[in-house]
Ligand binder design. Structure first.
Ligand SMILES: C[S@@+](CC[C@H](N)C(=O)[O-])C[C@H]1O[C@@H](n2cnc3c(N)ncnc32)[C@H](O)[C@@H]1O
Length: 255
């Protein structure tokens, strides 16, 4: 995914809202040892974690972490050939001004890549008798409603009525495009994949904050699916098939 953006030695790159820096690492790998990626996040705790995680890693020498918000970046205008931001912009109360700040630090001819949106994950067969048809869709709809009510609007939201492509244009980028990468996996699932999948189902089955987003019938069915002692335990099924679409929106700053 990140390779599609073709970072090359000599590029100056920013990962804005880097989280645990998984993408930062991928962005740094193709660079040279004299290059570096700047990675910014507002979470002091995550930045501390990242600094110790990368302390003895040769790739870590190519990464500089900064405690800084997307809305007020500590960099000069036109600094970066590539600015990457993944799943952070939806936290902003004013997305357009946040994206304008990202555009400010892109060099003329450089790119801003936003990973947001995409196609929701699904992995349960539509023919599952326990849940009836349409559980994947009901989960997706529940997720979208939950996301909109809990994540979108920290502070005073400034409404913006368009999607990511138009947002990039309104922030001053040209040649805006999008590409979706399909992630797909089948049994046997690794432990990590199982934990990821069961984590999602468990939250929807048991979190009090998610009550009301799914029917009690669906929540009871999910509880059976995540119980290893139940005959309906999801990982006893041979027919699971995970699919998720991850979309990257890219714009270029006019020269
Ligand atoms: C869902 S995580 C995504 C992390 C990472 N980019 C990824 O895709 O794995 C969102 C991250 O954005 C950070 N964040 C939230 N608001 C931010 C802001 N205003 N400026 C910078 N980072 C922010 C959070 O601390 C968190 O690390």
């Amino acid at each position: 995914m990140v390779r599609w953006l073709s970072p090359v030695p000599g590029n100056r790159i920013l990962d804005a809202g880097c989280g645990t820096a998984g993408f930062t690492q991928l962005l740094a790998e193709p660079l040279g040892d004299d290059d570096h990626v700047d990675a910014a996040d507002t979470s002091e705790h995550l930045l501390e974690f990242n600094r110790s995680r990368f302390a003895d890693d040769p790739i870590g020498k190519r990464i500089q972490f900064h405690e800084a918000p997307i809305q007020d970046l500590p960099f000069e205008d036109e600094t970066f050939d590539l600015v990457w931001t993944s799943l952070a912009l939806h936290h902003l109360a004013d997305r357009l001004s946040g994206v304008r700040e990202l555009v400010r630090v892109v060099t003329p001819g450089g790119r801003l890549a936003i990973r947001e949106g995409g196609i929701g994950a699904r992995f349960m067969p539509t023919t599952m008798e326990l849940t009836g048809t349409g559980l994947n869709e009901r989960l997706s709809a529940a997720m979208e409603r939950w996301f909109a009510s809990h994540v979108h609007f920290e502070g005073d939201a400034v409404p913006y009525p368009y999607g990511w492509t138009q947002l990039l244009r309104d922030a001053g980028m040209a040649d805006v495009t999008a590409r979706t990468f399909i992630h797909e996996f089948l049994p046997p699932f690794s432990d990590e994949q199982q934990q990821f999948l069961i984590g999602g189902l468990t939250r929807w089955a048991t979190d009090e904050s998610r009550e009301g987003y799914l029917s009690e019938k669906d929540r009871s069915a999910l509880k059976r699916l995540i119980d290893p002692d139940d005959t309906e335990y999801v990982f006893d099924r041979p027919d699971l098939h995970f699919i998720q679409g991850i979309t990257i929106y890219v714009g270029q700053k006019p020269s």
